[in-house]
Each structure stands twice: as structure tokens, then as C-alpha cells.
Design a protein around this ligand. Structure first.
Ligand code: SAM
Length: 231
């Protein structure tokens, strides 16, 4: 993967960035996403934010090598502190991190959000707490997808702030739109998760009293939900 050829995962994220956006890519690493989009003329400006020094330097190098220093600002900052009102950001991508980390970035950076930005999120696990945060903060999920690449199942969640929205516990767990669409990739993912959960329950049973009952109940309820979903 590089700024010329994105992974399928980032290619699908790119597809949700509105044409002509001013994009903030938080946790940008090499800045492949904003640079690829700028090379295609799909965005007009971007901020590549990185908290860690080595990826920040990689991002700066990719931007410099492509001659985009005037159009893509690379900033070393924690989460949404990379952006300011002067950037006029219209879309924010946060990809390749745990859902809880993405939630924490959105939560602690709330003051940097105008509420007008489209969020394009690609959590590696932790989708449920991330969707919970979106719901509690008035973000409606506009699009969701599951894709499989290199033996990993990835989810992409696109949301915009629209006002109060309510999702059921199952919708927060599976994704409200994914549950409706029931794509082959989605069903295969949950079949794999169900197999893992059955193994976990068997291990819990072997461990006996050592596993807190509450923990067993949570997994048992998830098994129930997934079984019902796949029925
Ligand atoms: N977004 C790219 C992608 O999806 O291919 C890179 C993903 S990489 C696995 C995660 C990056 O997020 C790392 O470079 C890490 O330094 C950065 N990161 C983690 N927490 C961050 C934060 N709070 N603020 C900014 N960057 C962060």
C-alpha cells in the first residue's frame, strides 16, 4: 500500500469522503489517504494529524514528495487538536484504531467539532461503544459496510450529526444498517464471531468459578443475539 495504491480498506473509506471535501485524517500514519485523494483531485484541502513522531515524519515525507505542502497540513497533535476553525474541515476520517480509541478522540476533541463534519470511521473492533457514543451525541449512521482483507473483517461507519437518534442494543452491537442489509460479508463475519464465542463459552465452562458470572452472561447474551441474527 502507498499513496498511489490504497488498501481495499482505505479505498472503501475514500469512497465515503464527499467530493471537494476539506478532510482531516486523524491518525494518518503515512498520510496515504489524504495524499491519494488529493492526487485524484477528490478533495481540496486536508490536515493529516498524527500523535507519534515517526508516523508524523512519514506523513510529512509523503506530502512533501507529492508536492502538496500548501494543500495538506501535517500536524503532530493528539486527536482533534490537529484541527482548528481556520481549516474549515468538512469531513473527518479516523481509521485503523480501536473503536474505544476513536470514541475517546471524538469525545475529548468535542470542542474542535463544528457538528457539520461527516465522520468516516473505521474501527478495528469496539464498534459497539463507538456507535453508543455516536447515538448519545446526536450522530445518525448514514452508511456502514463490512469488508474482508488479509483475513481481517473491517467495518466502516459513516455518520453525521442530525439530532436525537435511538438505536436498540442489538443495532449498536451489529450496526443498524448492516443488520438490515445482511450482506454476505456481514453474515460470514458473524458466523466466524459466533464460532469464537462458542469456544469462549467452552473455555469459561472449563475454568468454572474462576470466571465472573457477569462475564459469562455477557458472552451468552451475545451468542443468543448472533444465533437469532443468523437464523
Ligand atoms: N489511519 C491509517 C490507516 O488506517 O491505515 C493508520 C492507522 S495506524 C494503525 C494508527 C495511527 O493512529 C498510528 O500512526 C498512531 O500513531 C495514530 N494515533 C493513535 N492515537 C492517536 C491520537 N490520539 N491522535 C492522533 N493519532 C493517533
Amino acid at each position: 500500500m502507498n499513496e498511489h495504491t490504497l488498501s481495499m480498506r482505505l479505498e472503501r473509506v475514500a469512497a465515503h469522503v464527499p467530493a471537494g471535501a476539506r478532510l482531516a485524517d486523524i491518525g494518518s500514519d503515512h498520510a496515504y489517504l489524504p495524499v491519494a485523494l488529493m492526487r485524484r483531485g477528490a478533495i481540496v484541502a486536508a490536515v493529516a494529524g498524527e500523535v507519534a513522531l515517526t508516523p508524523f515524519c512519514s506523513a510529512r515525507r509523503t506530502v512533501r514528495e507529492n508536492g502538496f505542502e500548501q494543500r495538506i497540513r501535517v500536524r503532530q497533535a493528539n486527536g482533534l487538536a490537529a484541527i482548528g476553525p481556520g481549516d474549515g474541515i468538512t469531513a473527518i476520517s479516523i481509521c485503523g484504531m480501536g473503536g474505544e480509541t476513536i470514541r475517546d478522540i471524538l469525545h475529548s476533541g468535542g470542542a474542535c467539532l463544528s457538528g457539520q463534519e461527516r465522520l468516516i470511521l473505521q474501527p478495528n473492533g469496539g464498534q459497539q461503544p463507538l456507535r453508543q457514543w455516536l447515538m448519545e451525541n446526536g450522530y445518525r449512521i448514514l452508511s456502514e459496510e463490512v469488508l474482508r482483507e488479509n483475513r481481517f473483517d473491517y467495518e466502516i461507519i459513516v455518520a453525521e450529526r442530525t439530532g436525537p437518534v435511538t438505536y436498540t442494543p442489538q443495532e449498536l452491537y451489529f450496526g443498524p444498517l448492516l443488520m438490515q442489509a445482511r450482506s454476505p460479508a456481514f453474515l460470514l463475519k458473524w458466523q466466524r464471531v459466533l464460532n469464537q464465542k462458542h469456544k469462549t463459552l467452552t473455555q469459561f465452562a472449563r475454568a468454572g468459578q474462576a470466571v465472573p458470572e457477569e462475564k459469562v452472561q455477557i458472552v451468552a447474551r451475545q451468542v443468543q443475539w448472533i444465533t437469532a441474527l443468523l437464523a
